[in-house]
Design a protein around this ligand. Structure first.
Ligand code: ZN
Length: 146
């Protein structure tokens, strides 16, 4: 059987697989599963831009923290710093996309938020959890390397 490589999975798929292994009832899965996934995940994360890592920290890490906690402040500071770094550089067009009022969700009329794509192009996401409308913007991290 061929071994899977980091090219076979996206970052979110690896995160989900690692969580599943970590929560498994089998001790061997809880121990060896995350160890195997961690190596692939490390390789995938190393290929991301600062901007994409900032988005991941915001989406994955900040969600686990208490609002207004010192940990959340540090996390938000790190995200802003990653977005502003040379590798995470916001372009003028990005700033205008983020600063302008986001277009309302075409399905429910709620607010939308800008997300940097990790395994896909950047997108707008409806803030209503039960709507989940997602609009691709066609801006890829690879486009940043001008
Ligand atoms: Zn919506």
């Amino acid at each position: 059987m061929a071994q899977a490589s980091d090219e076979d999975f996206g970052v979110y798929a690896l995160l989900e697989a690692q969580r599943r292994f970590a929560n498994s009832k089998r001790l061997s899965d809880r121990f060896f599963g995350p160890m195997c996934i961690a190596g692939l995940l490390r390789k995938c994360l190393a290929k991301l831009t600062d901007r994409q890592v900032g988005q991941l920290v915001s989406d994955v890490v900040a969600d686990e923290l208490r609002v207004l906690s010192p940990e959340m402040e540090i996390c938000e500071h790190a995200v802003r710093r990653l977005f502003r770094s040379a590798g995470g550089c916001w372009r003028d067009q990005d700033t205008s996309v983020v600063d302008d009022a986001m277009p309302p969700c075409p399905l429910c009329g709620s607010e939308t938020t800008y997300h940097v794509g990790i395994d896909e192009p950047d997108f707008l996401l409806c803030v209503r959890a039960d709507c989940e409308h997602k609009e691709q913007l066609g801006i890829c991290a690879d486009d940043e390397e001008d």
